[in-house]
Ligand binder design. Structure first.
Ligand code: DGL
Length: 252
């Protein structure tokens, strides 16, 4: 069974892509809402949360893990060893996304949390392929999304950060936090108003394809959703993203 892990609602965007690319797979999802957001925390703390999240998924029957949280991408592989998960049985967000970039003339901007940008994992992997990459952190956006803050608050937050830091000429913009595609239309509006017409990349697609290729896809397409704390906002994202399914959300 495939386990999918995030701090909260963001990983649901990866679960959605997974349902499309591996419909038969049985999946258990864990959102660590008690400790969300992760993106402004230090690496030691993120290592601890990653290990705890993986252990929760293993306890509920997962045998392979999707770390659907960019902020813990650098924590994922080193945590596998502690949790007795073979290295090949985990997939994080960054590797499959960067693998999809073939054009070395691409100029890429990564928008993500502070933890992801500070780790420089996207920038270094892209630059290793000869691709120019910059990163900008949006420190409070995940909190706004998890709190269900009004759209205009998020629009202003994204606009203010980008206006102060962004330059033009990017061919691609990676939404390097799995929460960000939940408000992709807000990003599109802001970028259009600033005259930036780069291709927006949602890493969930590349990750779901990597899962379908690399993991054992077996089961009846069941989905179990676990969280470490209750959240009506999380539940409303579940209903919006999976309108056909009557998923129950279990607090564990
Ligand atoms: N959705 C996660 C990510 O991709 C975590 C965001 C957070 O909890 O701050 O980075």
């Amino acid at each position: 069974m495939i386990g999918v892990f995030d701090s909260g609602s963001g990983g649901l965007t990866v679960l959605k892509a997974l349902r499309r690319h591996a419909p038969r797979a049985d999946v258990v999802y864990f959102g660590d809402l008690k400790n969300a957001p992760y993106g402004n925390r230090g690496r030691d703390e993120l290592d601890v949360f990653t290990a705890a999240g993986m252990r929760t998924l293993l306890r509920y029957g997962a045998t392979e893990i999707v770390s659907a949280c960019n902020s813990v991408a650098v924590s994922t592989k080193r945590t596998c060893e502690d949790c007795d998960i073979p290295y090949a049985s985990s997939i994080e967000m960054v590797g499959p996304t960067v693998d999809c970039f073939m054009d070395t003339n691409a100029k890429v901007l990564v928008l993500a949390t502070v933890a992801t940008i500070d780790s420089a994992i996207y920038q270094s992997k892209l630059e290793a392929k000869g691709i120019v990459a910059d990163g900008i952190a949006l420190p409070n956006l995940v909190k706004c999304i998890e709190e269900g803050r009004p759209r205009d608050v998020m629009t202003e937050m994204i606009r203010t950060t980008l206006r102060a830091q962004v330059s033009h000429g990017y061919s691609h913009i990676i939404l390097g936090c799995t929460h960000f595609p939940l408000v992709q239309d807000v990003f599109e509006e802001v970028l259009a108003s600033m005259g930036i017409d780069a291709v927006l990349v949602d890493p969930a697609q590349a990750v779901a394809q990597a899962v379908a290729r690399q993991f054992t896809i077996e089961g009846d397409g069941t989905t179990r959703i676990l969280v470490s704390a209750e959240s009506p906002i999380f539940e409303s994202f579940v209903r919006t993203l999976f309108p056909e399914e009557a998923y129950t959300v279990e607090v564990v």
